[in-house]
Ligand binder design. Structure first.
Ligand code: ATP
Ligand code: MG
Length: 398
């Protein structure tokens, strides 16, 4: 029965100076999210009194509303969305729409109390807001005898009256909030097959980062299935982020070389420095201004403060680590909520555990690692070769 969606945004609104810019990005993101969803041709997005209004085409299939709601409520920058009905500015039309939506919510949602809330921008409408609320509220009460509650009602039937058309809503679905993707620039996400890095990517996308994913594999030591898993993770992220470029690189030759030429207990530090350098080259190519990784302080040997410093030393770019202060359980909860957990827990082989000793060094020192690395005569050439052989795919296109 609904034919429009009202989109509310929060933070974007606060950024006074850049407001127009942010809203353009958000509108483009909403249009993109609708366009990528099958069966939503002809849906439009327009500015609407400090919000956006998504409108279904006249011939939209009834079930397409659910798909449209899912698309827009996964868009960063959106605080909440309400499906509703656009009706002529006429009391009878408003009352019927409000009654129909209200009754459906009472039947389906089992609220304990309700209220009708009207706002009247079109001041020449013949009835005032309290009167509209009272008469429509009475109409719903007559058939359903649900108690009215003026503050904190479970069900609020909202009515907004404008000169051209008016709108009725009875439901609000939370969005993720944050900033629209792209409004903070581009960052390169180091995407493994684990639980943490997709969550880290989601968190930075929520802060407006457009992401380019980079995955390192060690085929044939790691399976092609592990690479497919990373594609699936990128696809799960793209549901929120929009289409995402994924760059894959083999670091097999580098790992074999490092195994031969560096002390075993420091191997993971050299792997990671190589990853960070190669990701920085992708960043340069894509004009990205930062890297994003999924470290959480103290979680594993490579995530001590000393080792984080050693790894970060390999790049001049900032390395954003949004999970740094999170416990594993918090990352897991978020992974479940954003839909990456089920993919992440599928078995995979991790290129970082390749050739690793049981007790890696937890106290790496930057000058020592730098000196050792300077003596690795073939490392630069091997990294060049890995970079040249990179593969690019865009994940999550329509
Ligand atoms: P995750 O769950 O994201 O794999 P983790 O807890 O296993 O993280 P590490 O294995 O120490 O932690 O990896 C730290 C970070 O390094 C990852 O979050 C990821 O950003 C990056 N990383 C690790 N392995 C790879 C890889 N094969 N390709 C791309 N990035 C990687
Ligand atoms: Mg991992």
């Amino acid at each position: 029965m609904e034919n429009i969606i009202l989109i509310r945004f929060g933070e974007v609104f606060l950024k006074k100076g850049n407001r127009g810019h942010f809203l353009r990005i958000l509108r483009t993101a909403l249009k993109g999210a609708l366009k990528r969803t099958p069966g939503l041709q002809g849906w439009t997005v327009e500015a609407f009194h400090g919000r956006f209004l998504v409108r279904a085409p006249a011939d939209a299939a009834a079930e397409s509303m659910g798909a449209a709601l899912a698309a827009v409520s996964h868009t960063f920058g959106v605080v909440s969305v309400s499906p509703g009905m656009e009706v002529p500015t006429d009391y009878e039309a408003l009352s019927t729409a409000a009654y129909d939506l209200g009754v459906r919510e009472i039947t389906e949602g089992n609220p304990r109390h309700f209220r009708v809330s009207a706002s009247r921008s079109y001041k020449r409408f013949p009835m005032k807001s309290p009167e509209i609320e009272r008469t429509i509220g009475a109409r719903i009460y007559e058939t359903h005898a649900l108690p009215v509650k003026l503050k904190g009602a479970d069900l609020v039937v909202g009515i907004e009256i404008f000169e051209q058309s008016s709108y009725v809503f009875a439901r609000s679905i939370p969005g993720p909030g944050g900033l629209p993707v792209g409004s903070s620039g581009t960052a390169v996400l180091l995407l493994s097959g684990g639980i943490d890095s997709p969550v880290a990517g989601w968190m930075m996308a929520k802060r407006g980062c457009h992401l380019v994913g980079v995955h390192f594999h060690s085929y044939p030591y790691t399976s092609t299935r592990s690479q497919e898993k990373v594609v699936e993770l990128a696809r799960a992220l793209s549901r929120w982020h929009g289409p995402m470029m994924l760059v894959s690189m083999s670091i097999t030759a580098i790992q074999e070389y490092l195994r031969e030429h560096t002390p075993n207990e420091k191997l993971v530090l050299f792997y990671r420095r190589t990853m960070v350098r190669l990701a920085s080259r992708v960043a340069e190519e894509m004009q990205a201004k930062a890297l994003v990784t999924g470290e959480s302080l103290g979680q594993v040997a490579s995530q001590t403060m000393e080792n984080i410093a050693v790894i970060g030393d390999a790049s001049s770019l900032p390395i954003l680590q949004p999970l740094i202060g999170m416990d594993k359980m918090e990352a897991v909860d978020l992974a479940r909520r954003i839909g990456t957990f089920e993919v992440s827990i599928q078995p995979h082989d991790d290129c970082c555990s390749l050739f690793l000793p049981p007790h890696p060094d937890t106290r790496g020192k930057v000058p020592i690692i730098r000196t050792m690395e300077e003596n690795l005569a073939d490392l630069g050439r091997l990294e060049d070769e890995a970079f040249e052989a990179r593969e690019k795919n865009v994940i999550g296109k329509a």
